[in-house]
Design a protein around this ligand. Structure first.
Ligand code: NAP
Length: 289
């Protein structure tokens, strides 16, 4: 890697990419370039070079990829759709290193059957492995930012309505995913690694809602919505395809009682304990007030 490498951060206006931009700037020694479909409203600091482009229109990425050393790659997709090879080929032609935000649950066995979002991540992992780049896959567990979807309910009534009250997860703070991403972008130690990143503790939906309540100083409760009703909501309100809704509901059902694991990877790699969900809720209190 160059002494003062250029890093392209995709998803830079989003949760994880936004943290990567912030942490790279804080670290220094790197030229930070940000990709967005809407440069005019990106709202990024002046020392970040903001470049327009759409991941799913690979030709639009030429300006963003010009002269880059490393790419932080976020590809929001609900399932594979055939556009991944063009995207990965375009990136691999220019960048030496790619740090990809993947997901816990992607099997190491290429022939294992997967569906939905996990299949989308597996597809991109395999393409990157074959592309001749230095790769790192950040296999994130459930992200704490998922609960931002509760903000409207919290603000309106203090009662969150959603699936499976007993679903328990070790939600990870986006700043911790980003911190490992920055290590992978700026040093050699994570080349070829697939770190599984989780939060430090397992909380049920009920406990997550209560923690948000503590952060904003009011009672927040969780009311379980039956699966059929939730499915209609995911398809009609969230706009997900029905098969993606079913895959998500199946995955969530499996997380009731069958408690997701906790890894020590964030602490092992960054030297700091993973941020708790309570810390995350305090960091995001304004979103829920
Ligand atoms: N939620 C979870 O529990 C979980 C767990 C594991 C992994 N993940 C993965 O984490 C990623 C989501 O991270 P996040 O929360 O940081 O995302 P996010 O906040 O929703 O942000 C999405 C970002 O992607 C950019 N984007 C979307 N479509 C684009 C396109 N066609 N071309 C260029 N940029 C595009 C957006 O930028 P502009 O709008 O500015 O263009 C935005 O910055 C996903 O890939 C997800 O699968 C999530």
């Amino acid at each position: 890697m160059d002494e003062n490498p250029t890093v392209l951060v995709t998803g830079a206006t989003g949760n994880v990419g936004g943290q990567v931009v912030a942490q790279l700037r804080e670290r220094g020694g790197v030229r930070v370039r940000a990709l967005t479909r809407r440069p005019e409203s990106a709202g990024l600091p002046d020392d970040v070079e903001v470049v327009g482009g759409d991941l799913f229109d690979p030709e639009s990425l030429d300006a963003a990829l010009d002269g880059v050393d490393a790419v932080f790659l976020v590809v929001p997709a609900l399932r594979p759709d055939g556009r991944e090879p063009g995207l990965v080929a375009r990136i691999a032609r220019r960048a030496r290193r790619v740090v990809y935000v993947s997901a816990d649950g992607v099997p190491d066995d290429r022939d294992a059957l997967t569906g939905g979002i996990i299949a989308a991540h597996a597809t991109i992992e395999h393409l990157l492995e074959d592309a001749g780049v230095e790769w790192t896959f950040l296999r994130a567990g459930g992200m704490a930012t998922n609960t931002l979807g509760w903000a409207a309910d919290v603000r309106a009534t203090g009662e969150v309505r959603g699936p499976y009250a007993g679903l328990s997860r070790s939600l990870v703070h986006e700043a911790d995913v980003a911190a490992v991403g920055v290590l992978a972008l700026t040093g050699p130690m994570l080349v070829g690694a697939r770190p599984v990143l989780t939060g430090p503790e397992i909380l049920t939906h009920v406990e997550q809602a209560a923690a948000i309540g503590d952060a904003i100083g009011r009672t927040v409760t969780y009311r379980e919505v039956p699966r059929d009703e939730m499915r209609v909501r995911i398809v009609d309100e969230w706009g997900w395809p029905a098969d993606a809704a079913d895959a998500a509901l199946d995955a969530w059902a499996a997380m009731v009682g069958n408690r997701e694991g906790v890894t020590a990877t964030v602490e092992e790699l960054t030297g700091r304990p993973a941020r708790s969900f309570r810390v995350w809720a305090a960091d995001h209190a304004p979103d829920f007030r």
